[in-house]
Ligand binder design. Structure first.
Ligand SMILES: Nc1ncnc2c1ncn2[C@@H]1O[C@H](COP(=O)(O)OP(=O)(O)OP(=O)(O)O)[C@@H](O)[C@H]1O
Length: 589
């Protein structure tokens, strides 16, 4: 049995510029064409009595195998009936049969798939066994046997065929449900007391919906072809006009009236092709988001590129504005940041959530989120302008001269590869090392970042190590190329307090040993006090204050900085500097 599972990822559509699926499909040429053709067939079926001039069953003996003309638009068939009228009325019966097969397949397969995927293992095993057995049955033989037993009703045959098509829906739905049922938001829904039925209808069906629509479209094409095939074999109701029946009649008279075969053939092929094209078009929209939405026009960059930074400044930002496409033009999220990071310095980029710290860091890495652009400004790295560099040029810098340590160590390691191979591959491609050299260097680095048994970690899978060890592994990978600049985005947030201190200590040591410059993105003044030499405070997309850590802690000038410092908890252990405690009235000034 056909299992036309649409390979799709329903979550792929959840981009920032997701448009309504229907609109997106209609905007793609193939999607629009297929919808138009299916609509035309449906309308023809609905308004058959208005479209067809003649009764499809009326026989005119002198029009047997007649050529087109004289009121018979496409000629007469072997019994003297109007081929056009039979095709128009045939659209009704053919679509109804298709609808029955698809409806039965979807209802049986999706409900069983939801139940088997969501509920325990026993139900899944039983249902899987049943549907596997159904798939193993030869559809045509089963349909012929049922035809013998049930009589000449194509609609009953389509019910049986629908059941035979249901395993495709079952497998697709079960797999999707199993993938989503352990997501944290589903757990949260369970904890909040929602019933299983409510969770399935609210959270699970949303994920299943789009792939099931694709599967439905594919299965509709298959059902139509099989139905026409059965009718062609003479297994339909001879009194009812259908496309398969018209094809059979034309085939019997092919030598007398060859053109009569063309019309039912065209009707079947175009409709089936439309279903398949529609499925492809929806899948494309889901997987790739369809053709890119038109971006608002980029504003002209006013900043002068031709500038130089002081010799001891490694990274220099001037007037950097970052934006994302919004409903009415660009939505600016960083509004003209000026920032200098000196060679060998650890700079803390600090501010509350959403203040633009990560966006500023990602702009330097050339890794803004989908649709994100640096709208204006200049970013100099070691005297070289980064804005305007191609992806390839940026690729040459990232992972070599500019390294990155992320916030979530675990989600940045691929669970299907050993730690060692994830460290060795980049060293071979980026540094041109041989496998042996890369392996030795990776083991060295794992030892250097304080992992007690580098060999064991090297051979381990990510799930076999702790979060703190994973962060050390990522740091080892980042510093393995001895980068000039390390950007660390909240590298300790996901770790427990003692491990946080160890990781900060490690970064400090590595910075001193390799002479790296570090930009530390953080919302935590404790981290700033612990490791940073200077600090830039961000608020609502702007830098409001930049100073040496000692000076800023001793003498914050901006109210926002004072508030942030006042919010540092009394028991935060600050090893290098002690933030002064501000009285609430002082902080509010
Ligand atoms: N992909 C995106 N599309 C649109 N807006 C975005 C996108 N990513 C971030 N933003 C917006 O940019 C602004 C700054 O985000 P950013 O991630 O830099 O904040 P942050 O200071 O690093 O906060 P946090 O500490 O919570 O990560 C926010 O208003 C955010 O909504």
């Amino acid at each position: 049995m056909t299992d036309a599972s649409p390979q799709t990822n329903a979550t792929a559509s959840q981009g920032p510029q997701r448009r309504s699926m229907v609109k997106s499909v209609l905007k793609s040429p193939l999607g629009a064409l297929s919808v138009l053709l299916i609509l035309a067939v449906v309308l023809t079926a609905l308004f058959a009595p208005l479209i067809a001039a003649n009764d499809p069953a009326a026989i005119q003996i002198f029009r047997v195998n007649a050529a087109p003309g004289d009121g018979y638009l496409l000629g007469g068939d072997g019994s003297g009936r109007d081929i056009f009228s039979r095709l128009v009325y045939g659209a009704r019966n053919t679509l109804l049969g298709t609808l029955i097969a698809v409806g039965v397949a979807a209802i049986v397969g999706v409900s069983a798939g939801l139940a088997a995927g969501y509920h325990g293992r026993k139900l899944e095993v039983g249902a899987s066994w049943l549907f596997d057995a159904l798939m193993a049955l030869p559809a045509m033989i089963v349909l012929l046997a049922f035809y013998q037993a049930l009589g000449a009703s194509i609609h009953l045959s389509m019910v049986v065929f629908g059941v035979m098509l249901s395993p495709g829906f079952f497998r697709l739905t079960r797999t999707l449900v199993k993938g989503v049922k352990n997501e944290l938001y589903v757990d949260a829904a369970r904890v909040s007391g929602l019933s299983n039925l409510r969770i399935i209808s609210r959270h699970i069906l949303r994920v299943v919906r789009a792939p099931v629509v694709i599967q439905t479209s594919i299965v509709a094409g298959i059902a139509l072809v099989i139905q026409a095939g059965l009718e062609f074999l003479g297994l339909g109701d001879p009194g009812t006009p259908t496309w398969g029946g018209v094809l059979q009649s034309a085939f019997e008279n092919m030598y007398v009236s060859p053109q009569a075969v063309i019309w039912p053939g065209l009707a079947i092929s175009i409709t089936v092709a439309s279903f398949v094209l529609l499925a492809n078009s929806i899948r494309d929209q889901l997987q790739h988001g369809g053709p890119p939405a038109r971006l608002p026009k980029l504003p002209e960059r006013r900043s002068v590129f031709d500038r130089q930074a002081e010799a001891d400044v490694l990274l220099s930002l001037r007037g950097v504005k970052i934006g994302y496409p919004g409903t009415s033009g660009w939505r600016e999220v960083v509004h003209g940041v000026d920032l200098d990071v000196r060679r060998g310095e650890v700079l803390g980029l600090v501010g509350e959530s959403g203040s633009g710290k990560s966006q500023t860091a990602f702009a330097v890495l050339g890794l803004l989120g989908t649709g994100g652009h640096v709208l204006d400004g200049s970013i100099l790295f070691d005297g070289e302008e980064l804005l305007g560099k191609s992806d390839e040029e940026m690729h040459g810098l990232r992972g070599k001269r500019i390294a990155y340590v992320p916030q979530e160590p675990m989600s940045n390691l691929d669970p299907s590869f050993r730690i060692g191979s994830q460290l060795v591959e980049p060293l071979m491609t980026a540094q041109g090392m041989s496998r042996r050299e890369a392996r030795a260097h990776a083991l060295d680095m794992l030892g250097r970042v304080g992992l007690p048994d580098p060999k064991r970690t090297f051979n381990a899978y990510p799930h076999e190590i702790s979060g703190g060890m994973a962060q050390r592994v990522l740091i080892a990978g980042a510093v393995a190329t001895y980068p000039d600049l390390l950007i660390a985005d909240e590298p300790t947030t996901a770790l427990d307090v003692t491990v946080q201190a160890e990781i900060l200590e490690l970064l400090r040591e590595l910075q001193a040993e390799f002479g790296m410059t570090i930009v530390m993105v953080t919302h935590n003044f404790g981290v700033v006090a612990d490791i940073c030499d200077s600090v830039a405070v961000m608020r609502q997309g702007e830098i409001v204050e930049q100073n040496k850590v000692t000076d800023l802690f001793a003498n914050p000038t901006h109210d926002y900085t004072k508030n942030l410092l006042a919010a540092v908890l009394d028991d935060v252990e600050v090893r290098r500097y002690s933030p002064p405690k501000f009285a609430p009235q002082e902080a509010a000034q």
